[in-house]
Design a protein around this ligand. Sequence first.
Ligand code: G3I
Length: 328
Amino acid sequence: LKEVYKDYFYIGAAVKLGEYNSTPFYQAYGERLLEHFNSFTAENGMKPENIYRDGTYDFTYGDRLVRYAREHGAVVRGHTLVWHNQTSSLIPGKIPKEEAKRLLKEYISTVAGHFRGEIHAWDVVNEAVGDGSQWRTSSPWYQSYGGPEYIREAFEYARMADPDAKLFYNDYNVVQPGKRERIVRMLEELDLVEAGLDGIGIQAHWNLVWPSVDEISRTIETFASMGLEVHITELDIDCYDGNPSTPQMEYTPELEERLSRRYAEIFEVFRQHKGEVTSVTFWGLTDPDSWLNGFSGGRFLKERRENYPLLFDGKGDPKKAFFSIINW
Ligand code: G3I
């Protein structure tokens, strides 16, 4: 995969804690990872809740990932410095503004400073715009600051701590016109390019029918025309099309074919935007590892439901979708 796309973009995968150590299962996993991908993102391991506890920092996971990537000629996308989720060990909820400002500065300077020179791109701020295309006012950062200025400050601190990392704003549903326009306005209102922003991360938690290739194209063009890089940061295809009540489906040859065609058309769009899309990361490697086995249509499922959103099956074998994006 990485060979086929070397003139287009980095090709990445999200990895879980422990997935690149030496147990037999993970060895096979590691081989797939190294054979096909040249960019790694920690699926959870570099989020605040896994780095910061009781006022102390633990970089064990990130250090291992960075070392592993360096040894194998891959880059690391840092995910993520500022989020409302998986962050309560750092900021549990609304706290006094001055304390939040101090914490934001300390956390970003310490973490981005620790990994200085080792991270290809940081998702500096994740999901600061809510589902109604307004600010995510429930974020502890928003609440403590009483507004969105924390976003600009985050980019400034990240830029100071790691002058060479590419700095990204990352979000889901970026292809929805309302949300996309809100993000464009955010960039302008908060002057984020001046603060250090280099690009936009489109998470790309998509499905078999949504979004249209035209909407994907328009979104890439919107940001590219502003001089920004576009990273596809969390690509997967929900085979249930976002419907949590559809019962468990088998992975039939028909579904295999639909998924394969869907991946083919999406990658065609990415290739058409050569030079604008500079990195494409899958949110996981094999189907059984995907977060989508437990999540659908905006909520966590009560019971696990097998989903088939990625390029490799549970045995680590490539699916038809894999071949559809290699042979075009
Ligand atoms: O590690 C604990 C474990 O100790 C505990 O026993 C177990 C019981 O629930 O939970 C484990 O933590 C889970 C964690 O993943 C690690 O597996 C959490 O419950 C679970 O909520 C968490 O989900 C992650 C989710 O972010 C949380 O917000 C997913 O793995 C991860 O794929 C997902 O990734 C996000 C991106 O960061 C941002 N964009 C959306 C994307 C999908 O939600």
